[in-house]
Design a protein. Structure first.
Length: 83
């Protein structure tokens, strides 16, 4: 769901002490000891023909629609295994 510019400005204008972190668990030393850097995989630019309604639906979801399309395709790929 897209967020309005007015809402973004209201959030940016808040001071840090006005942010409620109560529902976010603190990350202890174990988290950082076991953390690892995950680099995004290489992406390749292609040209692809899609049904207009498919493209419009993804675009209607807002910014990042191409990333979401990639995630859907990747999820499908992972469920199919080696075929």
């Amino acid at each position: 769901m897209p967020i309005s510019q007015q809402r973004l400005k209201a959030l940016a204008d808040r001071s840090d002490d006005q942010i409620d972190y109560s529902d976010i668990p603190e990350l202890g030393d174990d988290f950082f000891k076991n953390a690892r850097l995950v680099q995004p995989s290489h992406k390749e630019q292609i040209t692809m023909r899609l049904d207009a309604e498919v493209l419009e639906w993804f675009r209607s979801q807002g910014k990042g629609y191409q990333t979401r399309m990639n995630a859907v395709l990747k999820a499908y790929m992972l469920t199919q295994g080696k075929r």
